[in-house]
Design a protein around this ligand. Structure first.
Ligand code: ADP
Ligand code: MG
Ligand code: MG
Length: 213
């Protein structure tokens, strides 16, 4: 929490980009089981564009919220697909909550995650159990908020949340998709986790590593 916000955000975004590069093929393969197989390439394109935009904004001297909003807009613009739009509003809601602040306190981080979750659910209209990224986002956000409320540091809370996110992503394998492109092939998807849930859990884990650095 003593770290300056913009450099930390850039580190976080670069870690996210690395996850999408490393996981691109795997995310695509999972999405191909019942969806259209483009989740890996979409996430990678979005994250690359997001980092580029954030770096440009930071070089121009923008504050934290502006840097993250640029990343959000570029991500949504370049990723394409449902998940690109959803990641755009997720990062955008976090950006709006932070504003161009000089310091993010733990409670702001929890509030931002809640705002991001709300934004994703408002845009996508998925409910818990529909087999989407929401099935990871909701328990993850809740776990982080609970830990911060209990007095944990942001890094501790996020690390606990990452374990919750991993378990939640794995648990989507048992679900039948109720929404999105995988729905017409719903039965084929049973036994395979949701692509967007898996990529989100992987990203949360990488961000935990940055926060513990
Ligand atoms: P597309 O489905 O447009 O090809 P992607 O393959 O990039 O987009 O992303 C698919 C992922 O997006 C799904 O695995 C799921 O996690 C998430 N998703 C799809 N529709 C929704 C929705 N309405 N609400 C929340 N998440 C969704
Ligand atoms: Mg897809
Ligand atoms: Mg698609």
């Amino acid at each position: 929490e003593s770290r300056r916000v913009v450099p930390l955000l850039l580190d976080v975004l670069r870690a996210i980009r690395q996850v999408t590069i490393d996981g691109s093929q795997e995310f695509g393969r999972i999405d191909a089981v019942a969806g259209d197989g483009d989740h890996g390439i979409g996430m990678e394109r979005g994250a690359r564009a997001g980092v580029d935009a954030a770096e440009s904004a930071a070089s121009a001297g923008a504050g934290a919220g502006t840097v993250l909003q640029w990343a959000a807009d570029a991500w949504a613009d370049k990723a394409g697909g449902t998940s690109g739009a959803l990641w755009g509003v997720l990062l955008g809601a976090v950006a709006q909550t932070f504003g161009d602040t000089e310091a993010v306190h733990r409670r702001d981080a929890a509030t931002a995650l809640e705002a991001g979750t709300d934004a994703v659910m408002r845009l996508g209209k998925a409910e818990l159990g529909d087999k989407t990224m929401v099935d990871v986002l909701v328990p993850f956000s809740q776990a982080v908020t609970d830990r911060i409320g209990a007095g944990n540091t942001a890094a501790e809370a996020w690390t606990a949340g990452a374990a919750v996110a991993d378990a939640a992503a794995a648990a989507t394998a048992d679900l039948t998709p109720k929404i999105g492109r995988a729905r017409p092939l719903a039965d084929k998807s049973i036994g395979t986790p949701d692509a967007g849930a898996v990529s989100l859990a992987r990203i949360v884990g990488a961000v935990a590593a940055v926060l513990n650095d």
